[in-house]
Design a protein around this ligand. Sequence first.
Ligand code: SAM
Ligand code: SF4
Ligand code: F3S
Length: 452
Amino acid sequence: MGLRKNPNNMNQKIFIKTFGCQMNEYDSNRIFDSVKKIGYEKTEKYEEANCYLLNTCHIRDKAKEKVYSEIGRVKKIFRSKKKPLVIIAGCVAQAENQEMLKREPYIDLVIGPQAYHKINDTILNYTEKKKKKIEETEFDAVSKFNYLSKIKNEAGKVSSFLTIQEGCDKFCHFCVVPYTRGPEYSRPFKQILDEAKYLVDSGAKEIILLGQNVNAYDNEGYRLSDLILNIEKLHDVKRVRYTTSHPKDMTEDLIEVYKTSKKLMPLVHLPVQSGSNKILESMNRKHTIEEYLSTFDKLKEINPKIEFSSDFIISYPGEEDQDFKDTLNLIERVKFINSYSFIFSPRPGTVAENLDLVEKKISIERLQKIQNILFENQIQLNKSLEDKVVDVLVENLTDDQSKTFGRSEHMTSVIFNGKSSDIGKIVKVRIKDSNRNSLFGEIVTNSNQKVA
Ligand code: SAM
Ligand code: SF4
Ligand code: F3S
């Protein structure tokens, strides 16, 4: 199972570079938890690495080229040094598999996101036995998580990711995820609770539950709502979050949790992609704007403090001016506090791959327009918090160690004059200044303040 130790492999250094979503970040940490067992230490200095691992993302075009240009960079850095072991992991590895070994001989191993349970054996077989280059891209989520649950998650951060679900069966017409992450798989309920407990015992105060469709979680009848309610029973957990959700899976039990939960944060990341029913249908999103707004209204009624963030795809094939206006109207109605927006990028193997594209000039204009509005909303919201007091979970000192960094309930970065002893605590901070991405403030010692 790859847990064997090999004294010859001791004192090796691995440099891991991660692209893409939080699930890749979680995976990169777990890959490191695994390779530690065969003697690897982590290094932040790529020049001193004997193993260079790229955890890749395939969601938009150029991702693949980014990988090859990164390898070109590595080659240059190591021109006069011993070549490191080069491993490509993640969604490009899954999509391109054998092709990568053929195109770039500098690559030694290619390992897909559901084969990380094999990483130690794959490395040892290659380095010790000098076997031929290997590509591991089977979909085997059960073995992956069974293996990972046996080695401790040692991320050790105040805010820790925990993957509960992987893969996707929804097949939106623009998206590669069902092909790179395979079918939907929900980890066993108890396995997740054990991992949450371990994370909390090692210092985590916030657990962020992850999945490509996190709210589709279903294991023997246990749903995401059950996980939230059980994880928040762990005494030292202060906050629980989850991402990324699909609007169709915002079931009543999950909505109800916002009434009963004490620790679930009032921010829902609920990607909508477009405000037009016509476009949603041609994307195969399986819900309407009316259904989306019904979820929005229900949650706002439960707690008006709940805010929404989203993802938008601009200029999906067939998007006309009216469809784009519908998206702007939705933004006006929901007032998303944070959003990601990208121009549609045709992906190999998807239904939308060969559809006629919206003219580039129009797409760029639409993207600029939507981003101006989304960014202005963010700036105004942050401005409205000036002179108010917000609850901040303190995560770390800033890079220059002069201030502390934490996040508000709505996930906004807050930089303030705390101390290292505040790390891991929730403190009250009076906001003095803000920009689009951050709030700046001073810690409040008198707790008798107006809280935003
Ligand atoms: N499962 C989530 C959902 O259903 O909304 C999304 C997960 S996907 C990893 C993250 C985001 O990437 C999507 O919400 C979408 O906005 C964006 N995305 C995916 N495919 C894309 C494409 N072909 N072009 C542009 N953006 C894309
Ligand atoms: Fe991609 Fe759609 Fe699945 Fe989200 S629900 S991961 S957008 S296919
Ligand atoms: Fe990218 Fe794969 Fe995540 S394609 S967004 S790394 S699931």
